[in-house]
Ligand binder design. Structure first.
Ligand code: ADP
Ligand code: MG
Length: 240
């Protein structure tokens, strides 16, 4: 069994997102209470993107989302591998307060990005700062920062958000430098900030896009420790 498979197995027990007793205890640094809820987006509006009274930082968060997908629009009859109860349970945002990560794993079109976005929008409305990036954007961003000699500054910028959403991890293979930069970022955020990750690959195949089994182990280890993992399945919603 490879190192990666061992790490994956070790954390398989947390794959049940409804079993918090499996998670390790860790010390919590109380987080400064947020500004009052800002009403950002009006899901019932025709444009679906009405910024009502957002303060500047909330607006920045919202702009980073390519699509404004709302939880209210998520059809649980079409996606039965996760329940509305499980998703609603996340909306007390203890996962953010406890610096846990959320991982949505599953094939294309099953609603991973929709859920990640919907939960993030709720978090922004609750006053948290959330930044959305695709893996490709993130790798480019970190590479540019590396080239301009300021990789730490970029990591610090990203660490200002309570939650960083990394969408589509594993869709494309990564260069060695890209992988190294990602590892640096994930290490910096580990136990300080929350990640919401979407990926189409189970941990055991992460070597495919990280190439290197050892680095994959290090990254997976940091990501899935303190993670709530949701394995989604079923048919692509796009085919409906
Ligand atoms: P993934 O990230 O898993 O590839 P997406 O979240 O991008 O899939 O979903 C693809 C499209 O289908 C999006 O437009 C999304 O809003 C929609 N969609 C997926 N699942 C559902 C669902 N259960 N209810 C409503 N819309 C869904
Ligand atoms: Mg997606």
């Amino acid at each position: 069994m490879s190192n990666l498979q061992q790490v994956a197995l070790q954390y398989r027990s947390c794959a049940s997102a409804t079993s918090p007793r499996h998670w390790n205890n860790w010390s919590l640094t109380p987080r400064r209470t947020n500004s009052p809820t800002c009403s950002l987006l009006n899901s019932s509006s025709a444009t679906r993107c009405v910024v009502v009274k957002a303060n500047a930082s909330c607006r920045t968060c919202v702009r980073s989302f390519p699509h404004h997908k709302f939880l209210a629009e998520f059809d649980y009859r079409a996606q039965t591998t996760i329940s509305k109860r499980e998703v609603n349970a996340l909306l007390d945002f203890t996962f953010i307060e406890q610096r846990q990560n959320l991982m949505f794993i599953g094939p294309l079109g099953v609603g991973k990005t929709h859920l990640a976005t919907g939960i993030s929008i709720k978090a922004i409305e609750a006053g948290y700062k959330v930044r959305f990036v695709t893996t490709l954007e993130l790798i480019e961003m970190l590479e540019l920062a590396e080239l301009s000699g300021e990789p730490k500054k970029k990591v610090q910028q990203l660490a200002k958000y309570d939650v960083l959403v990394i969408d589509e991890l594993g869709y494309l293979p990564m260069s060695k430098q890209g992988m190294y930069n990602l590892f640096q970022l994930i290490s910096a955020l580990y136990e300080h900030r929350s990640l919401i990750l979407t990926t189409n690959k189970d941990f055991t195949s992460w070597t495919e896009f990280f190439f290197d089994d050892n680095v994959a182990v290090l990254i997976v280890d940091r990501i899935i420790h303190h993670s709530r993992i949701f394995m989604l399945g079923g048919e692509s919603y796009r085919l409906r």
